[in-house]
Structures are given as structure tokens and as C-alpha cells.
Design a binder for this molecule. Structure first.
Ligand code: BGC
Length: 891
């Protein structure tokens, strides 16, 4: 973040950042975005008093199209503009000015902008394909191209583009934009994204050329663990519309139609799981440049596709985000040559090499070495993850794949001309490009590595959709994994656009009666007749399907954004009603359940943890119904809120009657049953300490180790710290022998594993059948690190960090913990340091936000930084506005 200090009495109230839909300068907007801005001041307790928002069609605001006038408001996020009409393919400039409670006025903000897409889906062209009948079941790359002349001085040009399959588009030989794997993965039959690019600088007066390269991708390549291909269609095809506006006000449009020409591309094969084969001998030099001539190219076919499904994407596209130079090249005991990039990731390898005609590079990407230090490919199952490149001549070459990605830290060099050197290889992490919002650090380096692994679990599995893993023949949008990790993810990154996009498909893929698919986009329903597990059901599993309510709730909590709740309202309600209809006397269970997936209390070799499904299902039924009642309330739907609050009460009563015995013990003696019952608020007040005690006993039985799976793990530390056992929660976090979070760290993990026993202490691996070393689900401990260890908590009543709850939890075993989070109001920071019983806490609260500082462990305040601490419910608490405060207290 840019921070400028204005000395000399100029402007002390300043607007740092204007955003739209929580993004900077979005391109591809079809509805008026929500506006927000971040403020900075040299004073404390600063609140915005008024704002003025102006929108214009030029950057000097001489052609203003909207002026809010001076609006009295303390809201600097979620600003809606209703009385202005947008036009298609237009750039709108935005600026904001504010005043505060010190009567200080800011200057105008730096000018921000947004660009609209095709508001009425006014597509003029057709999808065009260069594939022939014999290509139906192939996954090869093709080119389409067109030349055109521009006879006037260009003022601006925008390109809208998408594909059935994946595309890279070029203008005059240059790749347009930095996006990869476009148009991303959606439930293609129901909605397909298109991208919008400002391409003014790519064009020139005179002859120009546009070309696109197409690949099979998720659309028609092999997908799913019972591999199917052509899931969405048989032909890759490109749709583009280029709108050029001339300085004299006239315009010209170039569209995809049957006048375009097609050819095979040098990408001989590319699929998501298997990798890419590229033969440079098949390159067509200059194919995407003007004057190339395409007399010997073939005609393209137009492909029918309902353009109503087209939706613009305005951000959070996949990019090559980070680069990792090769760290080591070594020989394995079995004699393979292997590159180590030092970090497990989703992405691809870029290489620079020089060979002779016909020489090859072949790289087999993989995650982990086996116990003997040899290449381990078994856990990839059928995914080949192989890159093959054939040289056409001896000129130096650089290459990375186009229409695939690999989950890897290592690559076996199966072929290479000459001796491979470190400088030949760079790995690129390829994933959805989101703004980093959260940082965490503490005095324990292993916990810091855990935090790093959580971040890389996120980076590797946010590849346009939230996936379970990035390496094996799966990489699907498992709803449970996404739900479990959504809150942690939303500390680390600005996830608003990413999750909002995915939620559209959660709804689109719901069954008519409201069931929620196990994976979104749903490629399992109707396809799993021969899968041993999924024949039992492809939708509506507890903790998985509940993503439909929990993810919107997390976004509302994190951004204070009601729009997402409004958009998802029908979907959420349908899901709750589905459970209600399929429950018997408030006990809910349904067909295939994953339960406490991969818990260690499962029977040997089984994936299903010991917690009974009736209990897990009903606990989640209660939890999300409770959330939904709150959501109805937030949206002002009082009647519905009452109905669902009642339903919630009935489920809770039934849960308590069914799953507690007469003495107040849970009938299911598993850690997870206790965790859910505590965290979801299902424990009668009088039994709270008993259930907490039982959980501690169950921990003791396992020598103080967790044996929980996907359902219990995320809330384990919360269940303890919310019930007076913060010390035990820290003890659990800091365990480093098997099974524990830090055990993986000790074993050298750079991402989070799918199984606690992915690699067992004796070096043996869990069955290759399902053993990912890059699964973010257990990384959900991340939210506890932020919410409890640092103590940056959301106030449900004033979400979006409008009021921040600062509630640090001090541990004897750590000397400091610090964290920061860039909220919609700006940067929040909190750090505690302790020495013996003395704690120093430093917090920074952004302008226009407030904080409640709750020091549950404090005995005496020694330095209050001007704040007034009072006892509330036995805790020393203070309330404050913006500014930086250092507080010293004793424990
Ligand atoms: C995935 C999980 C997923 C699960 C369903 C697995 O194959 O990798 O992460 O949630 O299936 O139980």
C-alpha cells in the first residue's frame, strides 16, 4: 500500500485508494459497481462525515455524467449509485472527495476507472472452430485468424473474447493481456465468462491481424477421476468482438465469423491433467501478424451456442503470479535427473534451451520424493503432468505450456538437449490473481512455516475455482473443501470476486429441489454410474453442500457486503428447504455423506471418520439454518427470519434430545462430535463445561493429539479457546509429532497435506489412491491464528471490520504474535509481545472504523494509550476509533 505523509499542513486527510466491487479499476462491468475508498489521516478517531463521488467520461472530469453532491455519510464502502445509466464498452472515470469529523477536507482522490462490457450481450459474431470432424475426440491446439484494415486515427479499442475450451488471443503478434487459462471454468452450459481488454495500444492505422489459439481445457479435455472427455461439447471455438472507436467519433467492429481462417497449432496435445505436447516444427511464423497471408489455411466452422449464457468477468483472472528459479538439480538413487523448485505449487515450468532439429525436452512434474529420495508419481493417479517440446532448429528457445497446469515442486528431466542447468528452468505459480490482504508472523518459525503452507495451499488451489488439489486426476471444485477453508482464505486474500463468481455456479448447479452438488462446476451428476462411491449420490452432503450458505456468510462478514447475500438468497433458502424436506423430525441425513472425511478415527484404510452421519448432518443443518435466520434479518426479511429462527430452535432441541444422554454426555464419543456441538452452539449451557471436559479427555486418550477429519479439524482450537481452554488450544497447535499440523512442517512440507498421515513417521505413505500433498482443508487452522492468536475478529453486528474486535490471546510458548489485514476500510494491525507476565499490545485501526479491544487475560492495565478500560463480563475492555495505540498490561 502506498503511504504518503503530508507535512507542511497541506492535506492531512487523504484518500488512498478508490475501488469498485472491491477491485482496482475493473474492466468488464455490466451493472453499476459498488464503490469504496480507503482513507488516511494524521489524527485519531477519524470518522468520515461527508463524501462526494463523481463519475465522468473523461479523466479531467469535464464530461461529468454523475455527481452525488455532498452526501452526509460515514460509509466509505458499499456505496451504491442507482440514478445513472451505463453504456456498453465505455470507460468511466471516478473520483471521490471526503470530509471528516475534524472538519478536515480531503482533496480529490487519484482518478480511478471502470470499463463496461456488453451490457445487453450485443454479440454480433459467432463462435468459430478450426477443428475438423476427426478432431472431435482429440485435445489439440488450433489457430483461428483474421486480418483487417483500420482507415482512421484510433481513439480507443476494446476486445471482448471467450471460447468453448481455452484461448490465448493475439493482436498484431502480441498476446493480449496477462490472463491465462481463459475463459476459466464455469458450469459452461449455464454460464460462460468472457473477458474484456483495452487493446488501444495493440492496434495501428492500416493493416492489422487478430489471432487466437484454442485448447481443449476443462471444456472438452479429459476431466474427473472416472475420466470423461467432451463433457461440455465436442469442438473448441472462439468468439471475439473488437470495437474500435476513431478520433472522429466513428467506429468499426471486427467480429468472429465464417470469413476467418483456421489451422492446426504447434500445441499437438494439451489437457488439464496430462500436460502439453508442443512441436516447434509445426509453428507458423507470423501467423498472428498482418500480411501473413492465409491462402492455404482452412475455413472455420461456426458453432451454435446460446449467447444468453455469456457473462463478463471483471477481475480475479488466472495469471502467472509468482516466479521460482530452480533451486537444485540432482540425481535420484534410481538415476533420474530431477529439478527442485523448493515450493509445491500449481503452475508450470518455463524453460530456456537450445537444441538441434528434432531434439526434445520432456519434464514430468510431481510433488514429492519417496522415502528413498526417488521420483514419486503414484499419487498423481492417471494424471501425466508431462511437458514435451520438440525443437525445430538450433536457435535459442523459450517455452512454457499454454492450456494446462501442473501441481508440482519437482520435475524429472526425462529428455533435454545437453546438460540441464539451473538457469534453464523457472517455475511459475499460476493461479487466480487476488490482492493479498493478510499477514501473520509469530516467534515460532514452525508456525510461520505452517502459515506459509496455508498460503500456498490457497495459491495452488484457487485456479479460477476452489479446487481440492492441483496435481492428481481430480482438481475439482469440492464444495466442502471450499467451505471449510473460506474464512481462512478470506483473511489471506481478497476473495470477494473469486468466491462470488463460484457461488453463481453453486446456484446454477443446484438440483431443482435445492440439493447442492458435491463439486461445482458439477461434472459428476449423471456421469458416475460406475464409481463405487458416487453411485450413492452426487449432491447434498453435510459440510459440503453447506458451502451454499457458509461462503456467502463469510463474504458478508468479511466485506460487510449485502449484495452477495441478496444474490445468493434463493440458493440458500432452497438448500435449507431441501434439508427440511428430507429430514425426519428435524434429524437430517441424506444418501451419500462424507462425514468427518479422512479423520484418523476411521477404520483402518477407510476415509470415513467415526462420527455418525446423523449427528454431523443435523449439527450442520442447525448451524446453517441459524446463519440463514440471521441473513434474513440482515436483509430485512423479518417474517422469514422468524420462520427460520424457529426452525433453528426446533433442530437444536431435537439435536440435544437425540445426541445427548441423560447425564449430559454426547452419545458419540468422538473429538469431532464434541467440537461441532461446542462450536455450533448446540450444547445446553449447563453441559458446556462437561462437554469441554469430555473433549479434553478424548484428546488425552490420544496422547493429546487430534484424530479429526475435514469436519472437526477447522474448529478444534476454537472449540477449546471459546470454552476457557486457550492454553490447550495452543498446545494442540504447537504439537509437532504425528499427527499434528507441525508434524507436516517437520517433514518438510511447503503446502498442507490431504492426510495427517500422508507420510507416516516411518516414511511409508498413505495409499497412493488418494494422497495429495497440496490440499488446503486442514489449513483452516489459519482462521484461528488470525481470529484468536492475533485476535483480529469480526464484529457480527458491524461486519466488514467496521468495528474490529481486537482480542489477543497470549501464549506462554510464544513471545510475540503479529498480524495484519487490509480491510475495506484499510489496514488493521495488531501485535502482542510478552515477557513473563508483561504484555505490550500495539494496534492500528484504520480511519472510519472503530475497535473493541477485549483483553480477556489482562489483570492490570499499565499503559492505556489514552484509552479507557472497563470490566465487561469479567474482561478488561476499551472502545476506540482509528489510530495507533500501544497498551501495556499484566497477565
Ligand atoms: C477430494 C476431497 C473431497 C472428497 C469428498 C476427495 O477425492 O480430494 O478433498 O472433499 O473427495 O469427500
Amino acid at each position: 500500500m502506498k503511504r504518503k505523509l503530508y507535512i507542511g499542513g497541506i492535506k492531512l486527510l487523504k484518500i488512498l485508494d478508490v475501488n469498485m466491487n472491491y477491485l482496482k479499476n475493473p474492466v468488464g462491468i455490466v451493472k453499476m459497481p459498488q464503490f469504496g475508498w480507503i482513507l488516511e489521516s494524521d489524527k485519531k478517531n477519524v470518522v468520515q462525515k461527508t463524501y462526494q463521488l463523481e463519475i465522468a467520461e473523461d479523466d479531467i472530469f469535464s464530461n461529468s455524467v454523475y455527481d452525488s453532491g455532498i452526501v452526509k455519510s460515514d460509509e466509505s464502502a458499499h456505496i451504491q449509485v442507482t440514478d445513472m445509466r451505463l453504456e456498453s464498452i465505455r470507460k468511466y472515470y471516478v473520483r471521490v472527495k471526503v470530509s471528516d469529523n475534524y472538519e478536515e477536507e480531503s482533496g480529490w482522490s487519484e482518478t480511478a476507472y471502470f470499463v463496461t462490457a456488453l451490457l445487453q450481450n450485443e454479440w454480433e459474431g459467432e463462435f468459430i472452430s478450426a477443428e475438423a470432424e476427426e478432431d472431435r475426440n482429440l485435445s489439440k491446439g488450433t489457430y483461428v485468424r483474421k486480418e483487417f484494415t483500420l482507415n482512421n486515427k484510433i481513439q480507443s479499442a476494446y476486445l471482448c473474447a471467450t471460447a468453448l475450451g481455452l484461448y490465448n488471443v493475439y493482436l498484431n503478434g502480441k498476446k493480449v493481456g496477462r490472463d491465462e487459462l481463459t475463459p476459466g471454468w464455469t458450469s459452461y452450459n449455464k454460464h460462460l465468462l468472457y473477458q474484456t481488454y483495452d487493446v488501444t495500444s495493440y492496434l495501428k492505422e492500416g493493416g492489422n491481424a487478430i489471432g487466437a489459439m484454442l485448447g481443449a481445457g476443462w471444456y472438452k479435455g479429459k476431466m474427473g477421476f472416472e475420466p470423461r472427455r467432451n463433457i461440455y461439447g465436442d469442438w473448441t471455438a472462439f468468439l471475439g468482438q473488437l470495437l474500435i472507436t476513431y478520433e472522429d467519433g466513428t467506429s468499426q467492429t471486427v467480429i468472429t465469423d465464417s470469413s476467418w481462417k483456421g489451422a492446426d497449432a504447434p500445441v499437438v496435445f494439451a489437457e488439464i491433467y496430462d500436460g502439453e505436447i508442443y512441436d516447434a516444427n509445426l509453428e507458423i511464423p507470423g501467423w498472428n501478424e498482418a500480411g501473413h497471408g492465409d491462402a492455404n489455411w482452412r475455413s472455420v466452422e461456426t458453432i451454435l451456442c446460446d449467447k444468453k449464457i455469456l457473462t463478463p468477468q471483471s477481475g480475479c483472472t488466472v495469471k502467472m503470479v509468482e516466479e521460482f528459479p530452480a533451486k537444485a538439480i540432482f540425481q535420484t538413487p534410481e538415476g533420474d535427473t530431477v529439478i527442485d523448485f523448493g515450493q509445491n505449487m500449481a503452475g508450470w515450468i518455463h524453460f530456456k534451451a537450445k537444441g538441434e532439429t528434432g531434439d526434445r525436452v520432456e519434464l514430468n512434474c510431481f510433488e514429492i520424493l519417496d522415502a528413498k529420495g526417488n521420483v514419486y508419481l503414484d499419487n498423481l493417479r492417471t494424471a501425466k503432468q508431462t511437458i514435451q517440446y520438440t525443437f525445430k532448429d538450433s536457435s535459442p528457445t523459450e517455452y512454457h505450456p499454454h492450456f494446462t497446469f501442473q501441481g508440482f515442486r519437482y520435475a524429472k528431466i526425462a529428455a533435454f538437449p545437453g546438460t540441464p542447468k539451473l538457469e534453464n528452468f523457472t517455475a511459475y505459480a499460476v493461479h487466480s490473481d487476488m490482492q493479498r490482504t493478510g499477514f501473520f508472523e509469530c516467534s515460532n518459525p514452525e508456525v510461520n512455516q505452517l502459515q506459509h503452507n496455508i498460503l500456498w495451499g490457497l495459491n495452488s488451489n484457487f485456479v479460477d475455482i476452489p479446487t481440492d488439489c492441483p496435481q492428481r486426476d481430480e482438481r475439482l471444485g469440492w464444495t466442502g473443501d471450499a467451505q471449510i477453508f473460506s474464512r481462512t482464505a478470506s483473511y489471506l486474500m481478497n476473495t470477494y470476486t473469486f468466491f462470488s463468481k463460484w457461488l453463481v455456479d453453486v446456484e446454477a448447479d443446484q438440483t431443482e429441489d435445492g440439493g447442492v452438488a458435491h463439486v461445482v462446476p458439477d461434472i459428476l451428476t449423471g456421469e458416475m454410474d460406475d464409481n463405487w462411491l458416487l453411485t450413492q449420490g452426487t449432491h447434498s452432503a453435510a459440510a459440503w453442500a453447506d458451502a451454499a450458505v457458509i461462503v456467502p456468510w463469510v463474504l458478508y462478514q468479511t466485506y460487510g457486503d449485502k449484495v452477495v447475500l441478496e444474490k445468493q438468497f434463493d440458493s440458500m433458502k432452497k438448500w435449507i428447504e431441501f434439508m427440511r424436506k428430507n429430514s425426519k423430525d428435524y434429524i437430517w441425513n441424506y444418501k451419500l455423506q462424507f462425514g468427518d472425511w479422512v479423520a484418523l478415527d476411521a477404520e483402518e484404510g477407510s476415509y470415513f471418520g467415526a462420527t455418525p452421519n446423523d449427528l454431523t448432518c443435523t449439527a450442520y443443518f442447525a448451524y446453517v439454518t441459524g446463519l440463514f435466520a440471521k441473513i434474513c434479518n440482515v436483509l430485512g426479511k423479518a417474517e422469514e427470519s422468524k420462520i427460520y429462527a424457529e426452525l433453528y430452535e426446533n433442530i437444536v432441541q431435537k439435536y440435544q434430545a437425540e445426541f445427548f444422554d441423560q447425564q449430559g454426555n454426547l452419545t458419540a464419543q468422538t473429538q469431532t462430535a464434541h467440537i461441532m456441538t461446542l462450536y455450533f452452539g448446540l450444547t445446553p449451557e449447563k453441559y458446556k463445561s462437561k462437554i469441554t471436559h469430555s473433549l479434553l479427555e478424548l484428546l488425552k486418550k490420544e496422547n493429546n493429539h487430534l484424530v479429526t477429519g475435514f469436519v472437526g479439524t477447522p474448529y478444534f482450537c476454537h472449540a477449546l479457546s471459546q470454552n476457557g481452554c486457550t492454553k490447550e488450544a495452543y498446545d494442540l497447535l504447537l504439537k509437532d509429532d504425528f499427527p499434528s499440523w507441525l508434524y507436516q512442517v517437520k517433514m518438510g512440507a511447503t503446502t498442507i497435506w490431504e492426510h495427517w498421515d500422508g507420510i507416516k513417521p516411518d516414511g511409508a505413505m498413505w495409499s497412493a489412491d488418494m494422497n495429495s500433498f497440496n490440499h488446503y482443508a486442514y489449513g483452516a487452522i489459519g482462521e484461528w491464528l488470525y481470529r484468536v492468536a492475533v485476535g483480529l475478529e469480526i464484529d457480527e453486528e458491524k461486519p466488514g471490520y467496521k468495528n474490529i474486535i481486537i482480542q489477543p490471546h497470549i501464549s506462554d510458548n510464544l513471545s510475540y504474535v503479529k498480524g495484519e489485514y487490509t480491510s475495506v476500510y484499510g489496514l488493521i494491525q495488531s501485535k502482542w509481545e510478552s515477557e513473563g507476565n508483561n504484555v505490550t499490545l500495539t494496534v492500528s485501526i484504520p480511519v472510519n472504523a472503530t475497535a473493541s479491544i477485549n483483553l480477556s487475560q489482562a489483570k492490570e492495565i499499565q499503559v492505556d494509550s489514552g484509552l479507557t478500560f472497563k470490566y465487561v463480563n469479567g474482561e478488561l475492555c476499551a472502545h476506540t476509533g482509528s489510530g495507533t495505540y500501544t497498551i501495556k498490561y499484566t497477565l
